[in-house]
Design a protein around this ligand. Structure first.
Ligand SMILES: C[S@@+](CC[C@H](N)C(=O)[O-])C[C@H]1O[C@@H](n2cnc3c(N)ncnc32)[C@H](O)[C@@H]1O
Length: 390
């Protein structure tokens, strides 16, 4: 285990104004132990010896994305969270965000104040600006997104975009998201790009990093260092088996597909990623083309894709990394009956993972690993390497 350091001091937690990091006062090694025990309890079929040492997510500065709720009043906004009454709580110094995010929050608040945009008031259902989302790349570039209620908010940000670019030259992507409804969600369907289209997330060091392209509405793992460890673990597991063909289902912008295809380059490994979001697929294709990685990508529903495949087209290896709900009964049953010999299941929800694995009794867990993608919270990522019983 890494990062045995004492817990960091969070002044917002200590003052009782933000309790999002429920376990921030628990040393990180104890947090990892509790998460590991929870995984072992939920997944009793995994022998103790199969668990590799957990990958720590760090104690501070690990989150690549801030979702800042806008509170206060026009000209004097807060960026952070809202209390139960809808009043804004400023979290400028929230220590879980990567330092480049912390550094720009005051400038963003200044920009919003100068714009005169009124924060959206949840209890009064009035106002315009709901959230500011900021994502940082490993190179320190930013994606900044404003979530507004109406065209008026869009117009104000659009008119001031040059000012924002001057203020934040590292903002490679700036966009506005429209969320007209009074809903407890972080963003709406419509995105208006103002600057750039994708944030380059360069993963890995040395001669051959892989650059993933994050677009405003695509999913990206929130802890960049842990994401890299996860993709590298998957590539190691896949290389240990050496399959000629692999599907990466729920591939997002392509992390698993690109890393496993790259590690198999020079062999006959045929890798195909499948993902619902067409934008994410375009990003994955761009990454593959730029890095010369022989992986293909397809937009579609993972379960429908698998069920429609002809028996001769099935791969030797499947990676699945679904949303919290898991892969569900249909895909789990299909994998169980497919004859496919190896599966990696990477999950952000050990409950749905346990449920899905129960429907796949032909597989045994060869190795498993906890990835602490969300330190100081009860959330975790867990990946398992499954092998069909002989
Ligand atoms: C947990 S994310 C994993 C993404 C990717 N593997 C990664 O490492 O970034 C789950 C992904 O599944 C996609 N998704 C959701 N439902 C899907 C479905 N029915 N079929 C295919 N992809 C789906 C989401 O758009 C999201 O990109």
């Amino acid at each position: 285990m890494q990062d045995l350091a004492a817990p960091p001091h969070c002044r917002y937690f200590e003052a009782g104004v933000c309790r999002s990091c429920t376990f921030i006062e628990t040393p990180i090694d104890a947090q990892l132990r509790v998460k590991q025990e929870r995984c072992a309890e939920l997944l009793p079929g995994i022998p103790a010896a199969a668990w590799l040492a957990p990958v720590s997510g760090g104690v501070a500065g690990f989150r690549n994305r801030a979702k800042l709720a806008v509170g206060g009043v026009a000209g004097a906004v807060t960026l952070g969270i809202l209390d139960r009454g809808g009043a804004g709580i400023d979290l400028t110094e929230c220590l879980i965000h990567e330092p480049e995010i912390q550094a720009v929050i005051p400038a963003l608040a200044g920009f919003v104040n100068a714009s005169g945009l009124a924060p959206y008031s949840v209890p009064r259902r009035r106002g315009e600006l709901k959230y500011v989302h900021v994502t940082v790349s490993p190179a320190g570039e930013l994606m900044v997104r404003f979530v507004v209620r109406s065209e008026q908010g869009l117009g104000v940000i659009r008119a001031r975009v040059d000012e924002l670019r001057e203020l934040l030259p590292q903002a490679a992507v700036i966009s506005v998201n429209l969320l007209p409804e009074h809903k407890a969600v972080l963003e709406g369907d419509r995105e208006e790009p103002l600057v750039g289209s994708a944030l380059a997330m360069e993963l890995g060091e040395g001669l051959a990093p892989v650059t993933l392209y994050l677009r405003p509405q695509s999913f990206f793992q929130t802890n960049t260092r842990v994401a890299l460890a996860l993709y590298e673990q998957a590539a190691t597991w896949v290389d240990g088996v050496g399959p000629a063909s692999l599907w990466d289902l729920y591939c997002g912008v392509g992390g698993f597909a690109l890393f496993t295809a790259r590690s198999g380059a020079g062999t006959q490994r045929d890798v195909l990623g499948v993902e619902l979001s067409e934008q994410a697929i375009r990003s994955a294709e761009r990454s593959a083309a730029e890095a010369g990685i022989p992986a293909r990508f397809l937009a579609g529903d993972a379960t429908e894709f698998a069920l429609a495949a002809a028996p001769d087209d099935l791969p030797e290896f499947v990676v699945v990394n679904p949303p919290r709900r898991g892969i569900g009964e249909t895909l789990a049953d299909w994998l169980e009956g497919s004859g496919i010999a190896h599966v990696i299941y990477s999950s952000c929800n050990p409950e749905s993972l346990a449920r899905d694995l129960e429907r796949m009794p032909s597989f045994v867990v060869r190795e498993a690993r906890l990835f602490d993608m969300f330190p100081h919270t009860g959330h975790l990522e867990v990946a398992v390497l499954l092998e069909r019983r002989a």
